[in-house]
Design a protein around this ligand. Structure first.
Ligand SMILES: Nc1ncnc2c1ncn2[C@@H]1O[C@H](COP(=O)(O)OP(=O)(O)OP(=O)(O)O)[C@@H](O)[C@H]1O
Length: 292
C-alpha cells in the first residue's frame, strides 16, 4: 500500500492525496472514465484550483477525494487515512470531523433558519459552539442580520454564504468547494475568495476549489488542469493572465481533445477585479485572528 509522507510529528504532510485514482461510470459502450489514473497531492495549508472543460472530471475527482463518491480503482487519502478502505460509518465520521463542503447546490434544510443550518454540523458532531468564531465568521460573510431567516427568505447569494459558513464553522482540515462563487455577485465572490485564502494562510487549512473562472483561480497557490479525466497540467502562483494563457495552450493542443471548451475568456464575467472591495465582509484580515 502507498502511504503519504509524514512530518516528524507523524502527521501527513498532505491534507489530501490521490494515487492512481480512477472513476468510471456505466458499462460497455456507455462506459465513461470520468477520472483516469490521477495521482496528485494537496499539501497542508495550500489553496488549489481545479480547472478544465465541462465534463473533464473536476467534480468527480473532488467527490472521490472527499469520499462522497467511491473510486473504481486507486487510492484517496485524507491526511494519512486511505478513505477507500473505510466503511460507511468511518467515512461519515471522517467527513464530519475533517472535511468542509461547498457545493453549487446549497443543500440547506428548508425548515431551519440560517443560524440553525450553519450550526448543524456542530450539533451533529456533538461539538460546542465557539461564539467568537461564529460571530467572526458571520460578520465576515455579511450574514449578521440574516440569521433568523429560512433559506426560502434568502437570496441565492445569501444562501450560498450560509452554505459556506456551514462548511467552515467546524474549522475543517480540508475544504472542498465546487464553483463556490457561482451564485455570488462580483464583490461577494471576491470577498469569499479572499476569505478562503485567509483560511489557508492564517488558519493552515487546505482548500481545493473547482472553478471555470481564471480570476477566481488566481486566488489559489496553483491550478490543476484536467482534460478527459486526466491531469493535463499544473500552474503555480497563477494570475488571471497566466491561467488564461494555460487554458488557451491546453485548448490549442491538437492532442487535448478540448474542442468542447467553449471559451477560456467568458468565465471572467462578473468579476471586476481580484482586489475588488469586500462588500458584506467586515474585514478580509481580521476574521480568523482569534482562531489560529
Ligand atoms: N453519476 C454519473 N453517471 C454517469 N456519468 C457521470 C456521472 N457523473 C458524471 N458523469 C460523467 O463523468 C464525466 C465527468 O463529469 P464531471 O461532472 O466530473 O465533470 P466536470 O468537469 O465537473 O464538469 P462541469 O464543469 O460541467 O461541472 C462526464 O462525462 C459526466 O457525464
Amino acid at each position: 500500500m502507498t502511504t503519504p509522507a509524514t512530518t516528524p510529528t507523524g502527521r501527513a504532510e498532505h491534507a489530501a492525496r490521490a494515487v492512481g485514482l480512477s472513476k468510471a461510470y456505466g458499462s460497455g459502450d456507455n462506459r465513461v472514465r470520468a477520472v483516469d489514473n490521477v495521482t496528485v497531492d494537496f499539501p497542508r495549508g495550500t489553496f488549489t484550483a481545479v480547472m478544465g472543460p465541462s465534463g473533464s472530471g473536476k467534480s468527480t475527482l473532488m467527490h472521490c477525494l472527499a469520499g462522497l463518491d467511491s473510486a473504481t480503482s486507486g487510492q484517496s487519502f485524507i491526511g494519512d487515512v486511505d478513505i477507500t478502505t473505510l466503511n460507511d460509518n468511518q467515512l461519515t465520521r471522517l467527513r464530519r470531523d475533517r472535511i468542509g463542503f461547498v457545493f453549487q447546490s446549497f443543500n440547506l434544510l428548508p425548515t431551519l433558519n440560517a443560524r440553525q443550518n450553519i450550526l448543524l454540523p456542530l450539533d451533529l458532531a456533538g461539538r460546542g459552539l465557539d461564539q467568537q468564531r461564529f460571530d467572526a465568521l458571520i460578520r465576515s460573510l455579511g450574514l449578521t442580520d440574516r440569521l433568523g431567516h429560512r433559506p426560502s427568505e434568502l437570496s441565492g447569494g445569501q444562501q450560498q454564504r450560509v452554505a459556506i459558513a456551514r462548511a467552515l464553522i467546524t474549522l475543517p482540515d480540508v475544504v472542498f468547494a465546487d464553483e463556490p462563487t457561482g451564485a455570488l455577485d462580483s464583490r461577494n465572490g471576491a470577498a469569499l475568495l479572499a476569505y478562503l485564502r485567509l483560511c489557508v494562510r492564517e488558519g493552515g487549512q487546505t482548500v481545493v476549489m473547482v472553478t471555470h473562472d481564471p480570476l477566481a483561480a488566481s486566488y489559489a497557490d496553483r491550478v490543476l488542469l484536467l482534460a478527459d479525466g486526466a491531469l493535463a497540467g499544473e500552474l503555480l502562483d497563477p494570475t488571471p493572465d497566466t491561467v488564461l494563457a494555460a487554458l488557451r495552450t491546453l485548448t490549442a493542443s491538437p492532442d487535448s481533445g478540448l474542442a468542447g471548451f467553449a471559451s477560456p475568456v467568458a468565465p471572467l464575467a462578473g468579476f471586476t477585479s481580484p482586489v475588488a472591495p469586500l462588500a458584506g465582509f467586515a474585514s478580509p484580515v481580521t476574521p480568523l485572528a482569534q482562531d489560529v
